[in-house]
Design a protein around this ligand. Structure first.
Ligand code: 4AZ
Length: 422
């Protein structure tokens, strides 16, 4: 009887213990599924993802030709700048201003009856909004074109918009000159007093390596040619001793190239450092990528003004007779007029019209040993970069009243064409 009772009570008591070891895993399972579902929902509905678009529209009657591979003409720059300014203003004042990241004109190409304008746009929004966003972006662009049918001869009905991958968005600008991977300009002054460059920030910068060691800088100006300083090659004329490295970390290049030919300026003379310019021809064409791109050559007539902001980059000494960095350094410096630079307490008449000075009269930031041959670059109104100087010489590095001296590239524009056809 006692046994029976135990059995009778045993059954329900067993039932009561069943949920403890089974319900917990089930509960955990349900919580996990709920968690994943909520996670997915949040991801789909709330977490922003970056989306890239390519846009195109037509301009009637006027032929523009800016394939972006060479420096744009003033007329192309003016139109592109106007389109970029109005596009930015339109998106920032639209209902999708929070999703807008940036937009730019890539190319202006000749087209039967006029020109075609190629745009690239970037937005950030949750995947659920993909359909509506495309419609809204197109509507904003359409309205912009309707408002500019007269000023640009834009054909609103021609607007096309296509979502593209991140890789394709980067590829749109790979062949362009003077385009950084990210067009972010960070002010910085600490090269002497430079700071580490970001990957892809200065994709035309090359390291000229002599017998496998960094010796000078150079700038990629086409798939086959680099521009550097003649004094880098003065006692090192054999092209087989030289290799060209591209990348941000000097001894970890993205790519290495062999040198076929070095053309130093015929009139280069070492003591006074006149005509300190040289062309380096690669044995093989480089293929442009997001990290390896060319710099735009300035028009021979381009004028710089005193105090214009420019950037010098290189793997040169961190101070006079100091160590070399492994990460590319960048320094934001200012153009200094030749008259100021030639003052008796400064470089006392040694700076010719074919040279330019950049830096600060107070010292601060400057190029130094082994930066020679490297680029001094200037951003135009659209942040497209132009090679205005080649690091050439100086009295020490970042010394008070002794700014860096650069070969003035505009003065050699025709010499470059005569040797390369560029
Ligand atoms: C050099 O020795 C050198 N401060 C290059 C640039 C400057 C000074 C020296 C400019 O190659």
């Amino acid at each position: 009887m006692r046994y029976y009772r135990k059995l009778r009570f045993g059954v329900p008591s067993q039932r009561r213990s069943w949920p403890v070891c089974t319900v917990i895993p089930i509960l955990l399972g349900v919580v996990a599924i709920l968690g994943v579902t909520i996670g997915l929902l949040v991801h789909f509905l709330a977490v922003g993802k970056i989306y890239h678009y390519q846009g195109d529209f037509l301009i009637s009657g006027v032929t523009y030709n800016d394939s972006c591979e060479n420096a744009p003409s003033q007329i192309s720059t003016d139109l592109s700048k106007d389109i970029e300014t109005k596009m930015l203003d339109r998106f920032q004042n639209s209902s999708i201003y929070k999703e807008y990241i940036n937009s730019q004109v890539i190319k202006l190409l000749p087209h039967p009856n006029g020109s075609s304008v190629q745009l690239q746009l970037t937005f950030k929004f949750p995947p659920a909004k993909r359909g509506i966003m495309k419609t809204e972006i197109k509507a904003v662009l359409l309205q912009m074109l309707k408002d500019n049918t007269v000023s640009w001869n834009a054909v609103p009905s021609s607007i096309k918009l296509m979502e593209i991958s991140k890789a394709n968005a980067e590829m749109l600008t790979n062949k362009c000159c003077g385009r950084q991977l990210f067009n972010s300009i960070r002010a910085g002054n600490r090269i002497v007093n430079g700071k580490n460059a970001q990957m892809g920030a200065w994709p035309w910068q090359a390291s000229m390596q002599w017998q496998g060691k960094h010796h000078c800088g150079a700038s990629l100006i086409s798939s086959r040619w680099l521009l550097s300083a003649a004094h880098c090659f003065a006692n090192k004329t054999n092209s087989e001793d030289w290799t060209v490295n591209f990348g941000t970390v000097v001894n970890k290049p993205y790519m290495t190239g062999k040198v076929q030919n070095i053309i130093s300026h015929e009139n280069f003379s070492s003591p006074g450092v006149h005509d300190d310019i040289a062309l380096v021809q690669l044995a093989k064409e480089v293929s442009f990528s997001k990290y390896i791109r060319r710099i735009c050559l300035p028009d021979a007539k381009m004028k710089l003004s005193e105090n214009d902001s420019v950037v010098v980059t290189g793997w040169g000494a961190l101070y006079m007779n100091g160590p070399l960095p492994s990460v590319l350094q960048e320094a934001f410096v200012k153009i200094i007029g030749n008259e100021v630079c030639n003052a008796p307490n400064a470089l006392s008449g040694l700076v010719t019209d074919n040279m330019l000075c950049a830096g600060f009269m107070s010292g601060n930031a400057d190029a130094c040993q082994n930066d020679s041959g490297g680029p001094l670059v200037y951003p135009d109104s659209r942040k497209i970069w132009h090679l205005v100087g080649i690091v050439s010489w100086g009295d020490g590095c970042a010394k008070k009243n002794k700014p860096g001296v650069y070969t003035r590239v505009t003065a050699y524009r025709d010499w470059i064409t005569s040797k390369t056809g560029l």
